[in-house]
Design a binder for this molecule. Structure first.
Ligand code: FEO
Length: 419
């Protein structure tokens, strides 16, 4: 694939990873693959903004070579340490060892921890305390030439100047955005990205439903717990009154037709804004809890409220979280096993707890044989997550009869009214 000129003299030199199906270990399913976007700015100083995942270093270097000899790169901007953006740096820096790297202080430490771990080992004495060699000493001793930058620092490339904006915890401590005023271009690395492999590069070319679906899923599974930081950062950038005509993230599609579309979506998600929408998630042993879940879902539907139903053992957790991001209500169910909930739903709730949803209501339900426990266990985790329990739970012994299924239906109707 050829590089693509996204603005005069600025090229996408990234990689499309069509077949990656899990990310962040196996915590995130990438059913539509992903891209690792890197951008080459051709000015008096040849500048690369971000790299790609290590196994694709060759593709990055070859794309750069179609524009300029890679050894001519003067500057490399490292907006983020995570290996999907920095993994190709060691190969690249072998070709242009004189290139100067720019990133935050945390980025410097992170890159050296990733690619020069001997620094941290050699600088510790036998007790494990650090002695002698500092990180700066190590860098001076012939390794990468790294210059740390802070918010407001600028780098003149020639006709263009880059401005750096630290963005700690969006989503790592080292994260940074790079802005080019002359091009009205924001390069925010992971922020506003999507795990979405396509032959199209721009929002006006892409399938709009798939694009927003992937942007939402990305936010839900990676950024949701960082919402207060994200809200502050977006408000800070909007107050800077800078013009943004294009947002070029490090994953997926580039926003050029309507960058405010994704900024406004982030503002809404960061404020934990919700719709009258319920997500019912359950795990069942022999089908009783499933019967209850289906009747509750019928009740919610007939009450005129949008609802989604998932058997957690057969569903994709990443997709469920995407659906939960804008839902006001969660109904969680499980059969009881060993006086507890089943294991898939337990893992699901543990993940949800880490995402720190705010302003939601929830209810619990499930079936049991001789002694309960599953429903109480669900309620305990929901409370620990900070979710308001909207009403009494519903439990059924063994198999729900007709009257109990009617109660499940009414449970759904009542829950819908609470939204
Ligand atoms: Fe796409 Fe945080 O790495």
């Amino acid at each position: 694939m050829k590089p693509l000129e996204i603005k005069k003299g600025i090229y996408w030199v990234g990689v499309v990873d069509w077949n990656v199906r899990t990310f962040h270990g196996h915590t995130y399913t990438t059913n539509r693959g992903t891209t690792y976007n890197a951008y080459l700015i051709v000015d008096d100083k040849i500048t690369l903004v971000d790299a790609v995942y290590g196994p694709f270093a060759y593709e990055l270097i070859e794309k750069i070579r179609q524009i300029v000899p890679p050894e001519k790169i003067d500057y490399v901007i490292a907006n983020h340490v995570e290996t999907d953006h920095s993994g190709a740096l060691p190969e690249l820096m072998k070709i242009c060892p004189k290139a100067k790297l720019f990133g935050t202080e945390k980025c410097k430490e992170g890159l050296y921890r990733h690619y020069y771990p001997e620094w941290s080992d050699s600088s510790r004495d036998s007790s494990g305390s650090r002695s002698g060699t500092t990180l700066n000493d190590y860098i001076r001793d012939g390794n990468w030439d790294f210059q740390t930058v802070k918010t407001g620092d600028t780098l003149k490339l020639g006709r263009r100047t880059l401005t750096f904006i630290e963005a700690p915890m969006i989503h790592w401590p080292d994260s940074m955005f790079t802005y080019c005023a002359e091009e009205e271009l924001l390069l925010p690395n992971d922020a506003f990205g999507q795990h979405y492999a396509t032959s199209e590069r721009f929002d006006d070319e892409a399938d709009q439903c798939a694009l927003m679906d992937e942007a939402k899923k990305y936010y839900a599974n990676i950024l949701w717990p960082l919402s207060s930081v994200i809200l502050k950062k977006i408000e800070e950038i909007l107050k800077m009154n800078i013009s943004i005509k294009m947002i070029a993230p490090s994953h997926g599609i580039i926003w050029r037709r309507d960058p405010m579309k994704v900024i406004n979506a982030y503002l809404s998600w960061a404020k934990n804004e919700t719709k009258a929408k319920a997500v019912v998630v359950y795990e069942t042993m022999w089908g009783s809890t499933e019967k209850m879940a289906r009747k509750m879902t019928e009740g919610i539907t007939d009450a005129g409220v949008n609802v989604r139903l998932f058997d957690v053992a057969r569903s994709d957790r990443t997709e469920i979280m995407g659906d939960m991001l804008d839902a006001k209500g969660f109904i969680i169910g499980s059969s009881t096993h060993d006086n507890d909930m089943l294991t898939n739903i337990a893992g699901f709730l543990e993940f949800l707890k880490g995402l720190k949803p705010k302003g939601r209501i929830a209810a619990a339900f499930g079936s049991y044989g001789w002694a309960g426990g599953g429903v109480a266990a669900i309620e305990k985790v929901l409370k620990e997550t900070g979710i308001e329990i909207a009403g009494p739970s519903l439990s059924v012994k063994y198999v729900p009869d007709e009257a109990e299924l009617k109660r499940c239906y009414e449970f759904g109707v009542d829950f819908a009214k609470k939204m």
